[in-house]
Design a protein around this ligand. Structure first.
Ligand code: PRX
Length: 655
């Protein structure tokens, strides 16, 4: 591992060596907020006082009595007794500070539509929507499901819920009816906010139709609010379904915010779990807001005049923390783009950056790899000189992609912040601080101030240099507070591998001689497909749900663009009439059951799966097969022939 500090000013395309270090450019340094390590020192001196100081930058209607209560670990309470409202912190206080005319959103539709909303516009719409939601019978603590495309109404719906103390659960618009249904039922949402449709790569996705299918099995849903986006014809069920714009036009303009306890629920967001049943991750108000507001400022160096663009969908945690709550708590101006990066052409993102003078751009490695594949001619012709900082999130960024991003998008002038975090962590925990951290392509560098990240081995012994399990050894303000309705699973999943004081991230990582973290991916049965968590079990259950399937084993195989792609090994039931193109049928079946993001790249039919003598499927060997590697240890296999035959078959399919 490196320790020689070779400064970069040379031709970056040759710098794929892990030991090369990139220092921030003079131009970037001239205007950066964090210029020295005083923040780090302050956090090290007194972690709790440090967090309290950042919490106090929010607007509280009542101060807290105690910073942290960890007596009932792993159930944390932060800023105990404090009262605040997340919507007030994201909207009202900027208006009070005289920034009502500042742009909050520059929204770019996939077609030529465009809308600009100032903070005053957002305030007006959020207030009206909050009244509409209240009139539909929603009160503090009720759950509201949001299933929308990337339109301003998605952010406004989240804020309106926060204003009245309703708990939102946003379901990504690419999820299927089944996935939407199970999430709504798990949290018993009373209201669903959806749209007639959404645009994706020029096509219309009929969201209302999917939502209708989902809610036939959702007894808790009493009302559906429908945003008109595509003007597609939809069936409105009288009493239950209401047009968003019609009710908003009649709504009262002012809705006083609910005073929320610091530990009141702000939202539930579902993420894949190793058992196949998604986990409803719960985040509360005071600690979450503190974590996202502070890290937005530190990591992105967000300043008043910046134009921030995070390309995530609000259906994921990145959209919650770094579109809605973090940037808005800081009064940011943001670009929001509705559609796909290659519509109508592969330079759509670069055209948007050029037109709107985006200065901070935050995207995912899977997107960067796709841009690399499409070629440099797409960004080359665009003026990207407004950019001053780039970010990456969702999966490890390979050094080649990092260097390409740095050179062709950042034009060698912008630091890249590789940000490691999770739905569960709420905010970024490992990332460079661009003004003071030297960068190494492929490393998320160091933990942020106030965060205790370590690498440990099976015996909980800390590894100061080398690889092991990535853990957190102290609670942090924006940590998840549990799994909705399942405290036992919360404890077991995250806080039981070693003790109730050690949070297991599920990731493997190594530390180099400079103390830099290198993330190595998941060590459990969760795949990272285009940066999205999908559990192998979830896909396996979807496959065995098909009447022709007897058994299925799913693995994440390395994929050039998506990081990992889903490969399924499937045994068909005997005696069933053979179906033509069964592989395609099964791929479509999975997409239909879970959503298009879970569509397997490959289905490999096999007479048997490699199992241990006790009947456990050996996924490790399936991974070897799918990645064309020599087979690892096969001594525990019940029948070695099975995997040898599978290897031959796979090689045949691949060639
Ligand atoms: O494996 C890590 C990977 O994504 C997982 C969290 O996924 P999710 O909850 O969907 O949140 C994604 C957005 C925060 C982590 O356990 N991951 C996320 N960011 C990185 C990463 N792996 C390596 N480097 C990253 N920067």
């Amino acid at each position: 591992m490196p320790n020689s500090k070779q400064k970069n000013h040379a031709n970056v395309s040759t710098l794929l060596d892990e030991s090369r270090i990139f220092s921030p450019s003079k131009k970037f340094l001239s205007n950066v907020q964090i210029k020295d390590d005083s923040l780090i020192k302050k956090a090290a001196q007194d972690r709790l006082a440090f967090w309290a100081q950042w919490a106090s930058k929010l607007t509280w209607s009542k101060p807290w009595d105690k910073i942290l209560d960890w007596t009932d670990a792993p159930f944390a309470k932060w800023f105990v007794g404090g009262k605040l409202n997340a919507c007030v912190n994201c909207v009202d206080r900027h208006i009070k500070a005289g920034k009502g005319q500042k742009k909050a959103f520059i929204w770019v539709g996939e077609n030529s539509d465009q809308r600009t909303l100032t903070y005053a516009d957002v305030f007006a719409e959020v207030n009206k929507l909050a009244n509409v939601i209240k009139d539909l019978g929603i009160t503090k603590g009720d759950r509201v499901a949001i299933y929308l495309p990337m339109v301003p109404e998605a952010m406004i719906s989240m804020l309106a819920c926060a204003r009245i103390g309703a708990v939102h659960t946003v379901v990504f618009g690419g999820f299927s009816a089944d996935s939407l249904q199970s999430r709504i039922n798990d949290c018993e949402a009373k209201l669903l906010i959806t749209a007639d449709g959404g645009y994706r790569r020029g096509n219309v996705l009929l969201l209302k139709e999917i939502a209708d299918k989902a809610i036939t099995g959702c007894p808790s849903v009493k009302n559906v609010l429908v945003v008109q986006r595509t003007k597609s014809s939809v069936k409105m069920i009288s009493q239950r379904d209401h047009w968003y714009h019609e009710l908003l036009a009649k709504a009262k303009p002012q809705c006083p915010p609910e005073e929320m306890d610091s530990e009141d629920l702000l939202f539930i967001l579902y993420t894949s779990g190793t058992t196949g049943k998604p986990k409803g991750i719960i985040h509360t108000t005071g600690g979450y807001m503190t974590g996202v507001a502070a890290t937005t400022k530190w990591v992105f160096d967000l300043q008043d005049e910046d134009i921030f663009w995070c390309t995530a969908d609000v259906g994921w945690i990145t959209g919650h923390s770094y579109i809605v709550y973090g940037p808005m708590a800081n009064g940011a101006t943001q670009v929001i783009y509705e559609g796909s990066p290659d519509f109508p052409q592969r330079n759509r993102f670069w055209k948007i950056i050029e037109e709107h003078k985006v200065s901070i751009f935050y995207t995912a490695p899977t997107a960067i790899r796709a841009f690399m594949k499409w070629g440099i001619e797409w960004p080359k012709g665009c003026d990207l000189s407004s950019l001053r900082l780039l970010g990456s999130v969702g999966e490890p960024i390979n050094p080649e992609a990092w260097v390409w991003y740095h050179e062709h998008i950042g034009r060698s002038n912008c630091p890249i912040v590789d940000t490691w975090w999770q739905t569960e962590t709420g905010c970024i925990l490992i990332s460079p601080l661009a003004g003071i951290t030297d960068l190494k392509p492929g490393s998320a560098t160091k933990s942020l101030p106030g965060i205790d990240v370590k690498i440990i081995n099976e015996d909980a012994k800390e590894i100061k240099e080398g690889g092991g399990f990535l853990v957190l050894t102290s609670p942090w303000p924006s940590m998840l507070r549990g799994i909705y309705g399942d405290p036992k699973r919360y404890k077991e999943t995250y806080w039981s591998k070693w003790s109730e004081n050690i949070y297991f991230t599920g990731d493997g990582a190594k530390k180099d001689t400079d103390g830099y973290f290198w993330l190595l991916g998941r060590v459990d049965d969760i795949m990272l497909v285009a940066g999205h968590n999908i559990s192998t079990m979830e896909v396996e259950s979807a496959l065995v749900d098909h009447p022709a399937v007897a058994e299925a084993a799913v693995i994440g195989a390395t994929d050039e663009i998506k990081g990992q792609a889903i490969v399924a090994f499937v045994t068909l039931k005997e005696g069933k009439p053979s179906l033509d193109r069964i592989e395609d049928i099964l791929k479509a079946h999975v997409a239909n059951k879970i959503g298009a993001i879970a569509r397997p790249r490959q289905i490999i039919l096999t007479a048997d799966l490699p199992k241990t003598r006790s009947g456990k499927i050996m996924r490790r060997l399936l991974r070897d097969v799918a990645e064309g590697r020599a087979l690892g240890d096969v001594t525990t296999l019940a029948d070695v022939e099975v995997v040898e035959a599978l290897k031959k078959k796979y090689e045949h399919v691949e060639s």
